[in-house]
Design a protein around this ligand. Structure first.
Ligand SMILES: O=P(O)(O)OC[C@H]1O[C@](O)(COP(=O)(O)O)[C@@H](O)[C@@H]1O
Ligand SMILES: [Mg+2]
Ligand SMILES: [Mg+2]
Length: 329
């Protein structure tokens, strides 16, 4: 059995004596620890009554109804980040940036609870984070530290609260998979420098929206459905969990594509996923794993944001398949 590498060891080696990297390591350690607490809550299922209940009447910044666990998860992450060098937190569940540490040199964007429609169905949910540098001299308006193309991220990752509590993380040197060991309480490195297979025969999409899609997407999906006798010359499988972190982890494990296109429904013109704290972090992880991530045709990490909660059509996963989808546009 090779020497087990814990998240602590991995981060210590990566950060070394570099102050900026040490700040990132502290923030990721804090998020991972908060994630273990959220996983414990989720594991109590109905015993923790009300987690799936709609909290209050105001939808969140993205216009989605807020679930109790959305808000509890944000509170846990905020509390965990307070002692770290994080200046501001942008969260799906808060309209404005949340100020944390005035001396901080990082800004973090977070989807505290991803997969909210699955909270009471015992299906994996998760947390997604994106970390960018913050320099008060440059970012006189702190929002500008977050409102930058995703290529500016220094780290990103997601936790998936499933049968295992998984952390998929990149620090710009490949994408790593850690698993939380309930016996020791440590996150242990389980897969190093993950590579998403370039080709796939599996796609993920919410097919009930097919009548709302623009022609390129409906033609692409129709061609997949046509199977080996159709234009693709191969049969496809379909998987759609309803929690992006769960679909993403499957893709990091065996390849595939995740597709959430813009559609004709009001509010869904730019799809459902948010650029800053869902698409950007997953796009960074995907590219670090030799995959690709676009809005259908444009690289996600190059997209200039115009609003913290803006939605973006999202296609990510196996590189050749993402490129194939772009050829339909
Ligand atoms: O319910 P739909 O329309 O299929 O959308 C499912 C997608 O919406 C999301 O739940 C959006 O994320 P939130 O749950 O954080 O709002 C993704 O995790 C998931 O892939
Ligand atoms: Mg989400
Ligand atoms: Mg969410």
């Amino acid at each position: 059995m090779s020497e087990l590498v814990t998240l602590k060891t991995y981060l210590g080696t990566w950060a070394g004596a570099d102050a900026g990297r040490t700040a990132v390591a502290q923030a990721v350690t804090a998020i991972a620890e908060a994630g273990v607490g959220i996983a414990d809550l989720v594991a109590r299922g109905p015993l923790e009554e009300g987690l799936a209940s709609i909290r209050g009447v105001d939808p969140n910044a993205g216009g989605d109804a807020q679930k109790e666990l959305d808000v509890v998860a944000e509170e846990r992450i905020k509390a965990a980040l307070l002692p770290t060098p994080t200046a501001f937190l942008a969260s799906e569940e808060s309209e404005e940036l949340i100020p944390l540490n005035p001396e901080g040199r990082l800004v973090i964007a977070v989807d505290p609870l991803d997969g909210s429609s699955n909270i009471d169905t015992n299906v994996s949910v998760g947390t997604i984070y994106s970390i960018l540098p913050y320099d008060p001299a440059v970012h006189t308006d702190p929002v500008s530290a977050v409102m930058r193309p995703g290529v500016n991220q220094v780290a990103s990752g997601f936790l998936a609260y499933g049968p295992a509590t998984i952390l998929v993380a990149t620090f710009g040197e490949g994408t790593q998979v850690f698993v939380h060991d309930r016996q020791t309480g440590e996150f242990v490195l389980a897969r190093t420098n993950v590579e998403i297979p370039a080709e796939t025969k599996e796609y993920g999409v919410n097919q009930s929206n097919v009548r709302h899609w623009a022609e390129p997407m409906s033609t692409y999906i129709a061609d997949c459905l046509a199977g080996k006798d159709g234009p693709r010359g191969k049969d496809f499988n379909m998987r759609w969990v309803g929690s992006m972190v769960a679909d993403a982890f499957r893709i990091f494990t065996r390849g595939g594509v995740y597709v959430y296109p813009g559609d004709k429904r009001k509010g869904y013109e730019n799809g459902r996923l948010r650029l800053i704290y869902e698409a950007n972090p997953v796009a960074f992880l995907t590219e670090q794993a030799k995959g690709a991530a676009t809005d259908g045709k444009t690289r996600i990490l190059d997209i200039e944001p115009h609003h913290i909660h803006q939605r973006i059509p999202l296609v990510f996963g196996s590189k050749a398949e993402v490129e194939k989808i772009a050829s339909y546009y």
